[in-house]
Write a protein that binds this ligand. Structure first.
Ligand code: UN1
Length: 508
């Protein structure tokens, strides 16, 4: 019986391909991997090529061959194609949303938000085609002109994660293209279909062959891209451990490397906060995307005066969250991405209970029966009485688990929030403008929210973090242009004679 089912699945599963030099091709390895629905592992979303170094070499060669023509295409013309891309994404939003939920698990509303973020990013960044501002400045010699322009960095390797299957590839791809670079993407192995949807849309929009290339697969393909001598830049989103290894490898060739990595974000809830609003935000920040956001609110730092009431309200609401297949619009929390993630998250729940001895206020179990039996479901989990130094208060869990930590003064709360290895996002709930501004000043994170959770970044503001979260770059906003361009200073001497800067005296 089981065999027959497998046979049927094998026949009906759709195959997808790598996109190299404008052609849809298999891997030269001849190997494939299955993209599995994390809410129901009997549902195979598609079969994708397991790419190797040869595939990466072919993709890089294609991107190299296309580089000069694309670089020389005027930026407003490049942007025109990207505006068309935005239209195509908009037209296909529903299909892409459904397919994303099926391969990634997040509930439909959130998958729709993810596709929308890609659309927003495309329109916003395409607008840069008519800006890409440089600057002019006076030269120190007479009859001499000085200016500065952005130039493309060259060939970019983009390595993308599973949690924002279309938004994050778009954050990297669209700016890279508007700036005049060519690209090889290594798609996230759990969510390759959303990357393929984005790239098929690029093809339909008329992006020339070779400008965008995709290889699907695992670490072998990613490592080949990072190590390739013709790649000038690697942009990576994923774990801090992998990011560090990538940075080390990039340093050997002086590659530009932009990293977006882990987070251990916190919401401060002051004693004057609107508690219902703070609970709403905490619920959304901690359990949206099943906690699988770099920006997830994995710590709730709550004033002692309202701690009891806050915890009661929170736990009551968490227990009511509807967990299930994201394709059912009634569900609020989907599965986690795969078996490995499930084990890691469950491992942290055990650490919280046994090693840290925090109070398990609700949740804590894998859901394995009935509708849950073929998926990676974990109950939304809240630990209370957590001390800042505990492992669950320090380490990134990347799942539906949050820790409530009590405090007495705002300075103490700020110290707790800042006292981790990461610095992506933070938030404070308060009605007091002085406390809000003081917190905005003192919280050492790349993003900070007042009266809102730690998630919900918009595409026209820079995104990224301090410390273990990043290496100083910011994606999104206009700041992303500093990743995908290098500055070129231009001096034009029209005096008709040799003028030596710093040396010749200028007559006044
Ligand atoms: C991430 O957490 O990996 O701010 C990206 C947000 C989203 C992007 C999150 N717009 O939550």
């Amino acid at each position: 019986m089981a065999n027959t089912k497998q046979e049927t699945t094998k026949k009906t599963v759709k195959k997808y391909y790598n996109y190299i030099g404008g052609e849809w091709v298999k891997s030269s390895s001849g190997e494939w991997f299955d993209n599995v629905n994390p809410a129901d592992t009997t549902d195979i979303v598609g079969r994708f090529p397991a790419s190797n170094e040869d595939d990466v070499n072919a993709a890089v060669a294609a991107a190299k061959a296309a580089a000069a023509r694309w670089r020389r295409t005027p930026a407003p013309k490049r942007a025109e194609i990207l505006f068309t891309l935005g239209e195509i994404l908009r037209k296909n939003k529903n299909t892409f949303t459904q397919q994303m939920t099926r391969e990634m698990g997040k509930v439909l509303k959130e998958a729709g938000g993810d596709v929308q973020e890609a659309i927003d990013c495309t329109y916003y960044t395409a607008g840069e085609g008519r800006r890409l501002h440089g600057f002019t400045t006076p030269a120190e010699m007479p009859n001499k002109f000085a200016m500065c322009v952005r130039q493309p960095v060259g060939l970019c390797g983009l390595i993308t994660p599973f949690n924002f299957p279309m938004a994050i590839p778009s954050w990297k791809l669209i700016p890279a293209l508007v700036c005049g670079n060519t690209v090889v993407i290594k798609s996230g192995e759990d969510v390759p279909l959303s990357t393929i949807n984005l790239i098929k849309s690029c093809e339909e929009a008329g992006i020339p062959k070779g400008v965008v290339n995709v290889v699907n697969g695992f670490g072998e393909a990613g490592a080949a891209l990072v190590d390739h001598k013709d790649v000038r830049l690697i942009s990576f989103t994923g774990s801090t451990a992998t990011g560090r290894r990538i940075a080390e490898a990039c340093a050997r060739d002086n590659k530009i490397v932009s990293l977006e990595m882990g987070g251990k974000n916190a919401i401060i809830v002051m004693d004057d906060a609107d508690i219902d609003n703070a609970v709403d935000g905490s619920l959304w920040g901690a359990f949206g995307t099943s906690g699988q956001r770099c920006t997830a609110s994995s710590r709730l730092v709550v004033h002692k005066k309202i701690y009891k009431k806050f915890c009661e309200n929170l736990v009551e609401r968490v227990k009511k969250l509807r967990v299930g297949n994201g394709l059912d619009p009634r569900n609020e929390v989907g599965p986690v991405i795969n078996e490995r993630a499930m084990e890691k998250i469950h491992g942290y729940i055990e650490i919280g209970k046994i090693h840290d001895k925090a109070t398990l206020a609700c949740g804590g179990n894998r859901l394995t029966k009935g509708d849950y039996k073929n998926g990676y479901f974990i109950e939304p989990t809240v630990f209370t009485d957590v001390k800042p130094g505990m492992r669950i208060g320090q380490e990134e869990i990347f799942g539906p688990v949050t820790s409530v930590i009590p405090f007495s003064t705002l300075d103490e709360a700020i110290e707790i929030v800042n006292g981790v290895a990461y610095g992506l996002s933070s938030a404070i709930y308060t009605q007091d403008v002085n406390q809000a501004f003081y917190a905005m000043q003192e919280l050492y994170t790349g993003i900070c929210y007042v009266n809102s959770a730690t998630i919900g970044a918009e595409v026209h503001l820079p995104f990224g973090g301090t410390k273990g979260t990043g290496n100083g770059h910011r994606e999104a906003g206009t700041q992303v242009l500093d990743i995908f361009t290098e500055w070129k200073s231009l001096y034009v001497d029209y005096s008709g004679k040799l003028q030596k800067a710093q040396i010749d005296a200028v007559e006044i």
